[in-house]
Ligand binder design. Structure first.
Ligand code: NAD
Ligand code: LMR
Length: 338
């Protein structure tokens, strides 16, 4: 039998947790031949809910679910994990920006970064979903340094990427499979830059640049960008809860592609510690277009893309916000005596 992968989901008693665990357990993420040892972490007050989720997973009778365990302490959670979905954190409510969560959530990621360093494998791959996701990933990577390399940390902008694909498909009367290579640059926040300059749309068998297929530059530089940037807030306004089904699906897409590699000729958006590409300061967790090699499971930032002044301005704004968040988070971590 193939050795099981040990996969941790934090915040597993929450909304996203409930949507994500089935996809990990049923083979959607790691394949139908890959057994999974699922570890579910939440705070002790949620232990009954967690137990209910474990019972439901057992009742799903899934051939790929080798085992499932509910835990409420970091040592049991992080020991020996291959992949960690760090979801557990407070969500924003109506009227808040994601960075308003920084003070409440950053200490969780400081503590979990230390736990990764102490208990996880050096090869563990981490996706941070909990907001503000980029900055939480930056903090987790900082406190895991020396044990888990920073290239193993990422934050989720795949939901924004999927939102951009969907908006482009809707606008051009095509389906998701016809649209590729949108890019989310920067922060998972309302300053992100959803960029379709390098995207293509296949309509009735003919592939063309997204700008040509849409033939409405004002739309692509205005309402399209605003819709993707503000989608999370609109969902909260409508549901009175933050997105969960689409967030869980995006996290699974992100880890699926990290595990299996990206498709030839296609890239995906992932927030990763910058290697200095495109002048983004080293270490800042910034969303870039990446490709992933299936054999090494290393991501590479797509190089050589050109920016016009419009794009340069958008990228500068999201970079500035991330630098400010990073500095606030570092200060909060110094203040947080954990
Ligand atoms: P939720 O409130 O339903 O669930 C969060 C869970 O995390 C709760 O069960 C809570 O008890 C748990 N938790 C809190 N502290 C914890 C800790 N230290 N260790 C383990 N678990 C802990 O929230 P949700 O809707 O599932 O959202 C979770 C997070 O994901 C929020 O921060 C939300 O803003 C974020 N989010 C990010 C994206 C993205 O695209 N990056 C998308 C959607 C939501
Ligand atoms: C989203 O993009 O839906 C999430 O980050 C939740 C939020 O606060 O917007």
């Amino acid at each position: 039998m193939t050795a099981p992968l040990r996969v941790l989901v934090t915040g597993a008693a929450g909304q996203i947790g409930y949507s994500i665990v089935i996809r990990i357990a049923d083979g959607t993420v790691f394949g139908k031949e890959q057994p999974v040892e699922l570890v579910l972490l939440d705070i002790p007050q949620c232990s009954n809910i967690l137990e209910g989720v474990v019972f439901e997973l057992q009742d799903c009778a899934l051939p790929t679910l080798y085992s499932v365990q509910a835990v409420t302490d970091e040592k049991s959670a992080f020991t020996g994990v291959d992949y960690a979905f760090l979801v557990g954190a407070m969500p924003r409510r109506e009227g808040m920006e994601r960075k308003d969560l920084l003070a409440a959530n950053v200490k969780i990621f400081k503590s979990q970064g230390k736990a990764l360093a102490e208990y996880a494998k050096p090869t563990t791959k981490v996706i941070v979903v909990g907001n503000p996701a980029n900055t939480n990933a930056f903090i987790a990577a900082k406190y895991a340094a020396g044990k888990v390399p920073s290239k193993n940390f990422s934050a989720m902008t795949r939901l924004d990427h999927n939102r951009a694909l969907a908006q482009l498909a809707l606008k051009t009367g095509t389906t998701i499979g016809d649209v590729k290579n949108v890019i989310i640059w920067g922060n998972h926040s309302s300053t992100q830059f959803p960029d379709v300059t390098h995207a293509t749309v296949n309509k009735n068998g003919t592939e063309s640049a997204a700008y040509a297929a849409v033939a409405d530059d004002a739309f692509l530089q205005g309402p399209f960008i605003a819709t993707v940037q503000k989608r999370g807030g609109v969902i909260i306004e409508k549901r009175k809860l933050s997105s969960a089904m689409s967030a869980a699906k995006a996290a699974c897409d992100h880890i699926h592609d990290w595990h299996f590699g990206t498709k030839a000729g296609q890239f995906v958006s992932m927030a990763v510690p910058s290697d200095g590409s495109y002048g983004i300061p080293q270490g800042l967790v910034f969303s870039f277009p990446v490709t992933i090699d299936a054999a090494t499971r290393d991501w590479k930032i797509v190089q050589g893309l050109n920016f016009d002044d419009f794009a340069k301005g958008k990228i500068a704004a999201t970079q500035k916000e991330l630098e400010e968040e990073r500095d606030d988070a570092l200060k909060a971590c110094d203040d947080a005596n954990i």
